[in-house]
Design a protein around this ligand. Structure first.
Ligand SMILES: CC(C)(COP(=O)(O)OP(=O)(O)OC[C@H]1O[C@@H](n2cnc3c(N)ncnc32)[C@H](O)[C@@H]1OP(=O)(O)O)[C@@H](O)C(=O)NCCC(=O)NCCS
Length: 351
């Protein structure tokens, strides 16, 4: 039984009160400490800007369970419904319970709200992520009957471990390809005249392995891409995008991106890297990565660690990352479960 002293409310995260924003930020940082103990907390101001700038095509529902004296959020559940033309069958969710409040049924209580709301919105499948640093996550997902569809790792490269000779070699190989390909950099927002090409580059995200997760290819519109970058910049993120163009056709061959936030100066996030199939095995992926690392070493001396997320089955990306010296930092997994199955689990508790 859940303690009746707990109060639960839903929060509109785009327009929360100052007290709600503060409590949400504190909850996030408490949970974050467990997953990423080496990292600094997210400042309140950044959290607020991030929430206020959630892309309009993402419909976020959030419920907070307050501790009995209403001073902190003991548990939080959220559901993201993407208003896109694809993946209308699924919704992403997250449930987080502070360590002191676990195993009292709060996770289950929030799961009821998450699954009812998914059902009301005609979503039949729920997807979420767990990290091995919080074993309760996996135990909970197994208990409710979810399926682990993809094993992933956050991999990390320490700047002091970078093999500068290797980068120089990859850059000089890139130079040899320069007769056929041109490399370039966008610092910040994508140029307006390139936004359709960028939408095409984003198609490369569909070529990452998703294991057994039932996810359809995502097709981002220029407008949605603008909304997503707006959120990155609003919270203080700085993005670099290196791209390669085939000189003969003017077509884009691939790209790589990093995001850095001055609130976490030592950590650089390496996001998507992709090369279209017809241009693979030429060394373009290595060239992109080497160009990015070279720029980081020269222009971001504060950075000590580069982090990236990779599916364990992504042999092509892991080969390049392993050569560069990335090491496993944290294991994580993507899970899926039918809403109907969640309801069966929850109903078995009402008997
Ligand atoms: C996962 C998490 C939300 C569970 O919250 P919780 O409030 O402790 O869960 P509940 O008390 O409602 O438990 C629901 C069921 O899961 C089981 N369970 C939860 N944590 C468990 C654990 N560590 N070991 C074994 N079983 C566990 C409970 O025993 C209960 O089973 P029952 O149906 O037989 O009674 C919490 O551990 C957490 O915040 N983890 C970090 C975030 C995360 O990984 N979330 C999961 C992805 S959304």
């Amino acid at each position: 039984m859940t303690n009746p002293a707990f109060q639960i409310n839903s929060i509109n995260v785009r327009e929360a009160s100052q007290a709600e924003f503060t409590a949400l930020n504190q909850h996030t940082n408490r949970i974050r400490l467990e997953r990423l103990p080496d990292d600094p907390p997210i400042p309140l101001e950044e959290s607020i800007l991030s929430m206020k700038n959630i892309p309009p095509f993402v419909d976020v529902r959030l419920w907070a369970v307050w501790n009995p004296d209403l001073t902190e959020i003991a548990a939080e559940g959220s559901l993201a419904l993407l208003k896109t033309e694809d993946n209308k069958h699924l919704a992403q969710f997250e449930i987080t319970v502070l360590p002191d409040f676990r195993l009292q049924g709060l996770g289950r209580k929030l799961l009821r709200l998450v699954s009812d709301t998914a059902q009301e919105n005609n979503r039949r499948l729920l997807v979420t992520e767990t990290a091995d640093r919080v074993p309760g996550g996996e135990a909970f997902m197994l208990r409710i009957g979810a399926h682990k569809g993809l094993e992933t790792h956050v991999n990390q490269l320490r700047i002091t471990d970078i093999n500068r000779g290797l980068i120089a070699g990859w850059l000089s190989h890139g130079k040899q390809l320069s007769a056929d390909f041109e490399i370039g950099l966008w610092d910040g927002a994508y140029p307006e005249e390139m936004i359709t090409e960028v939408a095409n580059l984003y198609e490369l995200t569909n070529q990452q392995p998703f294991g057994e997760i039932e996810i359809e290819a995502m097709h981002m519109s220029p407008e949605q891409i603008r909304q997503m970058e707006q959120q990155i910049f609003a919270r203080g993120g700085q993005r670099w995008t290196f791209y390669i163009v085939n000189r003969a056709t003017g077509r884009f061959a691939g790209y790589t991106e990093t995001v850095w936030n001055p609130n976490r100066p030592e950590i650089l996030r390496q996001d998507m890297t992709g090369v279209f199939p017809e241009y693979r095995k030429l060394g373009l992926g290595r060239w992109l990565k080497a160009a990015m690392l070279d720029k980081v070493l020269k222009d971001r001396p504060q950075v000590k660690y580069i982090r990236t997320g990779n599916a364990d089955s992504n042999a092509a990306m892991l080969k390049i990352n392993n050569e560069l010296g990335f090491q496993p930092y944290m294991a994580s997994a993507l899970w899926q479960i039918e809403v109907e199955k969640v309801q069966e689990y929850l109903n078995s508790h009402n008997k």
